[in-house]
Design a protein around this ligand. Sequence first.
Ligand code: ADP
Ligand code: MG
Length: 355
Amino acid sequence: QDDSAPRRIKALDPDVVNKIAAGEIIVAPVHALKELIENAVDAGSTSLEVLVKEGGLKLLQITDNGHGIDKEDLPILCERFTTSKLKKFEDLSSICTYGFRGEALASISHIAHLTVTTKTKHSSCAWRAHYDGGKLSPAKPGQSPDPKPTAGRNGTQISVEDLFYNVPTRRKAFRSASDEYNKIIDMVGRYAIHCNGVAFSCKKHGDSGTSIAVPSQAATIDRIRQIHGGGVANELIEFTTSDDRWGFKASGWATNANYHIKKTTLLLFINNRSVDSSNIKKAVEQTYSAFLPKNGHPFVYLSLEIDPQRVDVNVHPTKREVNFLNEDEIIQAVCQIIRDKLAAVDTSRTFMTQT
Ligand code: ADP
Ligand code: MG
């Protein structure tokens, strides 16, 4: 072997490319689940049921009552870059739905066994299809891969089985199913609080009760009470603010100065997508530091709606991060309204004790 000789460049097998891409988008079961929740909400569902086995590694199943998928679309459903939500690049700047890349189902089908059962209101029966590596696959070896008619209600059920079965290093990296389940509960809880008008349930296979159960007509504060308990819900103040200059509206609920916990809980949604932002978290903690004892932290649910033209959702396939214009000004405005509300509650309390 001559080490100084250039190594020849070869194209990777498409299957390898797809598996690598899938592993980047779906790092843990919760990432697959988040995509499935967003698809269900995009489909206009008013009810979402989640069933989980072994922290989602054995089974992740989500059943919705949305508009369903046309039987004719089933053959391309899990191909990469097939979507009903985006047609041209410019559409990205006005996209309102959660999905837009047509990558989620494709990715999942490369690293798990995927089964879809779906019925539109125009169809007299439901159709069930199995996928493997982006394509329709037979339920059992030797059978036809074509979708089969079956009984079912309007809507879609997606089952993801044996996630990472063909990525053994990733599969082995999961030490505890209950850690993965907790991440799933956390994510379902976030969407259950944010998605007004939608009922949510989440259940671990074999458990008699549900971990999360929120009826469709529950108000936001009742959703928070269901999921985080009365201790939080009884100490919440509502806030809203907006500024046309920065093209945003913010609304949410934040705990008052009576309440504090060891770690900040920030449920952050930007244009209806659950995201993380260390900048927003830091600014919120800073705001509260003037009101809470040292090491005390708040619970904050914040929904930011930013003019889509000012948001770049295309930072990363996972869409966990978003960039937007005037971030500093928007964060300042949100913290200001929270500060005003906290101060108002503080004054009224002082006033009450004085009289
Ligand atoms: P994207 O959401 O980016 O379009 P996905 O791979 O997540 O890509 O989904 C591909 C397509 O499958 C969607 O555009 C949508 O048309 C359809 N789809 C996926 N899940 C559902 C669902 N629960 N109900 C109805 N249609 C769905
Ligand atoms: Mg999607």
